[in-house]
Ligand binder design. Structure first.
Ligand code: 37N
Length: 130
């Protein structure tokens, strides 16, 4: 229905705005693009489901998110991948883990504060009705 398309359009506009705010932060620069196998040769042997902010922007534009919940699944993946690939005590592992946790917290905080729960439920209902 037209109104359903209007609702999903509004969701995409909101999710692009959330991603844009996150991607502005310098501390999240290593999550902005896919890990480069030239830079991190064994990454894709360890991490089976890579995810990054630019891939998420592409997924928004491909209409692959039908609710904020779907969007947060990929945010969680960015974070869990960073924790999995960078588990050691050394400062560089610890720093990327901290930034990954801050990215997750920022995404959840924005959505909890700015996403109307009725709007989210409407999005979920549209997805389940399809
Ligand atoms: C992400 C990520 N997950 O595990 C690790 C380890 C990283 C990660 C990846 C890179 N280099 S990269 O070429 O793949 C890249 C650069 C800029 C944006 C996105 C990726 C550098 C660093 C770093 O700390 O300097 C960390």
């Amino acid at each position: 229905r037209e109104s359903e398309e209007a609702t999903l359009r509004e969701l995409r506009i909101f999710l692009r705005e959330v991603l844009s705010r996150i991607a502005l932060e310098r501390k999240f620069r290593n999550f902005a693009k896919a890990v480069d196998p030239e830079e991190v040769p064994d990454y894709f042997a360890v991490i089976k489901n890579p995810m990054d902010l630019s891939t998420m922007m592409n997924k928004i534009n491909m209409h692959e998110y039908t609710s904020a919940k779907d969007f947060l699944v990929d945010i969680d993946l960015i974070t869990s991948n960073a924790l999995e690939y960078n588990p050691d005590q050394d400062p560089s592992d610890r720093q990327i883990r901290n930034y990954a946790c801050e990215l997750k917290d920022m995404a959840y905080a924005i959505i909890d504060a700015e996403m109307d729960s009725d709007f989210e439920q409407t999005c979920v209902d549209i997805a389940t009705s399809r």
